[in-house]
Ligand binder design. Structure first.
Ligand SMILES: C[S@@+](CC[C@H](N)C(=O)[O-])C[C@H]1O[C@@H](n2cnc3c(N)ncnc32)[C@H](O)[C@@H]1O
Length: 296
């Protein structure tokens, strides 16, 4: 296979990508041409905040073609179009044949949450020390066990569950892949709701629960039926602040609220936002992220 690489300004990305699709490119990918340089700019802000930028200043577009002739023909056709003004051809080059499945799989290896609790992709053997495990492959929804926010929530679940304290009825609010809900089931919870605003996450949670022989109810947030002994929410600081009264109202007497997706510097604003309902405390930290918990 051959790849045609182009450099273009922000306002040409869509036209060029559409044209490459129309020219039967097998795939088209768009990258920040200034990534890892002084000129790199943030593109996404937190949900609820204005995005810092609509698109990258300069993008590198890479289109894959089955033959060199097809890649060169696409280059020639594009160069004479009006919308190509301001764009540049970086080159046409062969792509090394690789075992892409093996390459992708090699990037996802078993992850330890505690010495004996592991997240393991289905194509890997279970590590011998994994007394408890979640089988999970990377998919459309967030939550593979590698992100510090997910890991801290799982550690909290494992500590509490392994310590003999019942997790009781559990709510995983913003379930993504369902990893926290499945983790709670692995540590003894039997009555579990897992909800997300993203239908793809709900579907992913259902499939991952099935693959792990776990019973839970996955759905949209309107299916929440509290109160719960354990409320888990790994979202981000801004939505967590907006959700404060709602999430606190779901926590049963004697229950626990566990929040992640919060940066160290955001601890005070979260404490303040939750103070009318529950006294949040920092319970764990990893790589600049913190876990905040409260008991009712
Ligand atoms: C960071 S992911 C966490 C996924 C998983 N629970 C974990 O810990 O890895 C956050 C999830 O929250 C969902 N989400 C964001 N805002 C939400 C809201 N207001 N209500 C419910 N879910 C929300 C997103 O769709 C996403 O799947």
């Amino acid at each position: 296979m051959y790849e045609l690489s182009l450099l273009c300004p922000e306002d040409r990305v869509e036209a060029l990508s559409d044209a490459l699709d129309a020219l039967d490119a097998l795939s088209v990918s768009v990258e920040d041409a200034d990534a890892q340089t002084e000129a790199e700019q943030a593109l996404f802000g937190e949900p609820g905040m204005p995005p810092p930028k609509d698109g990258w200043q300069r993008s590198r577009i890479v289109a894959l073609f089955p033959t060199e002739a097809a890649a060169r023909e696409a280059r020639q056709l594009l160069q004479v179009q009006d919308f190509f003004e301001g764009c540049h051809v970086l080159g046409v080059a062969p792509v090394q044949d690789q075992d892409w499945v093996r390459l992708t799989q090699s990037q996802f290896t078993p992850v330890d949450i505690t010495p004996d609790f592991w997240i393991v992709p289905t194509w890997h053997e279970l590590p011998p020390q994994a007394r408890t495990s979640i089988r999970l492959d990377p998919g459309l929804a967030f939550g593979t066990g590698t992100h510090p926010t997910t890991r801290m929530c799982l550690r909290w679940i494992a500590r509490r569950g392994a310590g003999g304290a019942a997790l009781g009825k559990v709510l995983d609010y913003g379930c993504g892949s369902g990893i926290l809900a499945i983790g709670a089931a692995k540590f003894g919870a039997v009555d579990i709701d897992a909800v997300d605003i993203d239908p793809a996450a709900v579907e992913s949670t259902r499939l991952n629960a099935q693959a792990n022989n776990v019973q839970l109810r996955a759905g949209l947030p309107d299916q929440v039926a509290g109160p719960y002994q354990t409320v888990l929410a790994n979202i981000l600081a801004t939505p967590l602040k907006v959700l404060a009264p709602l999430l606190c109202s779901y926590v049963a007497q004697g229950g626990h609220l566990v929040l992640a997706g919060i940066l160290e510097r955001q601890a005070d604003e979260l404490k303040e936002a939750y103070a009318p309902w529950l006294p949040l405390q920092v319970a764990d930290s990893e790589d600049g992220w913190i876990l905040m918990t409260a008991a009712r």
